[in-house]
Design a protein around this ligand. Structure first.
Ligand code: GLN
Length: 251
């Protein structure tokens, strides 16, 4: 990393559902509060992907937006070049699908992905919709993840990707049938994908810090996140009630 952390916000007008742009705001804020300078480059639909970023952030999106984004990301291989140079990549939902080998959209068309993560995505039925809890798998030192999912993709991990977490409630990656295979997200080196919206980094600041640690290349001083523990506890309590059949049902 140079003296300023370069965050590339990938095509948020094509991909950025459920407030996923908030992930960039959280990363920026948690870096600045530690005295790390930040430059955020937000890519418009016609902008080329730069190769010099430290941390690339991709949000979720509708099928048509993610196909358009995938074509732009593949165009010059800049994201692969950045990864080869040591960049960190964080991708949510459609973003996870897009950085993989290929993904299938509604109607059955299969689109090549950016090919930087060893996952393939095919359609799953029914869609996975609702709150998720998932326990990160070691060596990631991140506590239980909380988030929200809404996707029609089932993502199968290949040999070169490890699951990010084990599903406690919800579907997660969703491969292998209606209940999914019990895994959530994928990690390979400094590339991390998840199905969780939220924005997930607002709900899981430890995950934001993990990404920042990779991107800046050193450990970071602890930082508080006011109200987040309350929010996390409320979301987990809501799910416990739902699992026991007492709580209100979401659609
Ligand atoms: N369009 C993708 C799907 O339905 C991703 C959706 C999303 O990013 N929320 O699977």
């Amino acid at each position: 990393m140079s003296s300023v952390l370069g965050i590339v916000h990938m095509f948020p007008t094509l991909m950025g559902t459920y407030g996923d742009g908030g992930n960039v705001a959280v990363l920026r804020d948690r870096a600045l509060r530690r005295g790390i300078g930040v430059e955020v480059v937000t890519l418009g639909p016609d902008d080329a992907v730069p190769t010099h970023g430290d941390l690339y952030v991709v949000g979720g999106g509708e099928d048509h937006g993610q196909v358009a984004a995938a074509r732009r990301i593949r165009a010059h291989g800049a994201l692969s070049a950045a990864v080869d140079a040591g960049a960190t990549v964080f991708a949510v939902c459609a973003g996870l699908q897009v950085i993989g080998e290929s993904f299938e959209v509604e109607g059955g068309a299969v689109e090549p992905g950016a090919g930087i993560l060893d996952v393939v995505t095919r359609r799953r039925h029914p869609r996975a919709v609702g709150e998720v809890l998932a326990d990160p798998i070691a060596p990631l030192g991140v506590p239980r993840l909380t988030g929200y999912e809404n996707h029609g993709g089932g993502t199968l991990l290949g040999r070169d990707a490890a699951p990010l977490a084990t599903v406690v409630a919800g579907i997660g990656n969703g491969a292998g049938g209606p209940g999914g295979d019990g895994t959530e997200g994928a990690v390979a080196g400094r590339i991390l994908g998840t199905y969780l919206h939220g924005p997930v980094l607002a709900r899981n600041p430890a995950l934001a810090d993990q990404l920042l640690t990779w991107a800046v290349g050193c450990d970071l001083a602890p930082l508080d996140a006011p109200f987040v523990e309350e929010l996390r506890a409320e979301r987990e309590a809501y799910l416990r009630l739902r699992l026991l059949g007492w709580g209100p049902r979401s659609s």
